[in-house]
Write a protein that binds this ligand. Structure first.
Ligand code: GDP
Ligand code: MG
Length: 319
């Protein structure tokens, strides 16, 4: 199962200590203690692999390397190696202390999240006209330590929503090259599925049922993935005795989860249009238009209608 939330601790490297050393050559006495190397930084970097959070399930603490202590001859200790932690694009990184949030939205986007400590200065740096054999040195500073909650919210342009069996997965498979599981029962697909249609990303959002926003079923896990979509395609099965009621159930859950969700642009899509005769379909479309003028019907067995809805989605995205 896809991991879409984890908590981890990151600890950047400690800086190396400065040292106290003196030149042993009689002709040029004096302090030579070098600076410690800086501690390694920790970065988060976006990758396309959606399961990139899985690895954080088992290992919870991440360290970057410490800097090495300074050496004689005024030479600086090696800096600690940086550590880069990969996260899927769509991840929201929340610093649990400051509550600050960082969005990772692009592959290759790299953010510094914990800075390594500075290396301490050696006694060479403390020399002066009146202090020709300083014994001072600094200790390296500790690296930043932070706790992060990482949450994955898919970056899909379009979210296919609707009650179980509304035909979302079937539609995703028709509109994209996705191979989402399709079921004849009201069983809930366990993972959201993504597919690409003419360069835009469609997400099939499963598990929306009455009470989902309060934690019933698995829907609440998936509601977050809707937050970043630009358009919702609300699928209503024409097999249903009361599509309007189905519609309201879902809208209520969206609203309860996050007010913003019901402000999104929406297409209402009657699915399984092959199940009714044309006059019935038209009648239902007309009724729903009172709620939202953007109503269409589709069937996975009707290529013409599939093309039409595809165009409609693309046009709405461009607006
Ligand atoms: N006749 C007909 N059946 C459909 C159509 N779309 C989906 N179905 C069926 O409806 C059931 C539920 O579909 P599914 O895509 O799994 O729904 P989801 O739960 O919303 O993902 C499956 O048995 C599908 O074969 C359609 O356009 N016409
Ligand atoms: Mg499904």
């Amino acid at each position: 199962m896809l991991t879409d939330e984890v908590k981890i601790k990151v600890i950047a490297g400690r800086g190396g200590d400065g040292v106290v050393a003196f030149n042993k050559v009689k002709m040029s006495l004096g302090p030579t203690g070098g600076k410690g190397g800086n501690g390694g930084n920790i970065y988060f970097e976006g990758v396309s692999n959606l399961s990139a959070l899985n690895k954080y399930k088992h290992k919870k603490e991440y360290y970057a390397e410490n800097g090495q202590n300074g050496k004689g001859d005024n030479s600086e200790g090696h800096s600690g190696k940086d550590l880069t932690l990969t996260v899927p694009i769509g991840s929201v990184l929340r610093d649990l202390k400051t509550k600050e949030e960082i969005d990772i939205i692009e592959v290759g986007q790299k953010v510094l999240i914990a800075k390594g400590g500075w290396g301490g200065r050696g006694n060479f740096f403390f020399r002066g006209p009146t202090n020709t054999s300083p014994k001072e040195k600094e200790l390296g500073k500790i690296g930043e330590e932070k706790d992060f909650f990482i949450e994955l919210r898919f970056i899909a342009d379009v979210g296919l929503i609707g009650l179980p069996s509304a035909g979302k997965s079937s539609l995703l498979n028709e509109l994209t090259a996705s191979k989402a599981k399709v079921g004849a029962y009201n069983f809930t697909t366990l993972e959201p599925n993504l597919g690409v249609m003419d360069g835009i990303i469609l997400a099939d959002i499963p598990g929306l049922i009455e009470g989902a926003s309060q934690g019933r079923g698995l829907g609440i896990k998936f509601l977050r993935h809707i937050q970043r979509t630009k358009i919702l395609v609300h699928c209503l099965s024409l097999e249903s005795a009361n599509p309007k009621k189905d519609y309201k159930i879902i809208r209520k859950e969206l609203e309860a989860y996050n007010q913003d969700l019901i402000q999104k642009k929406e297409i209402i899509l009657f699915t399984k249009s092959d199940m009714l005769d044309e006059a019935e379909v038209e009648k239902k479309i007309k009724q729903m238009k009172k709620i939202n003028p953007s109503v269409y019907a589709v069937s996975i067995h009707d290529q013409e209608r599939l093309e039409k809805i595809k165009k409609e989605i693309l046009a709405m995205l461009k607006k």
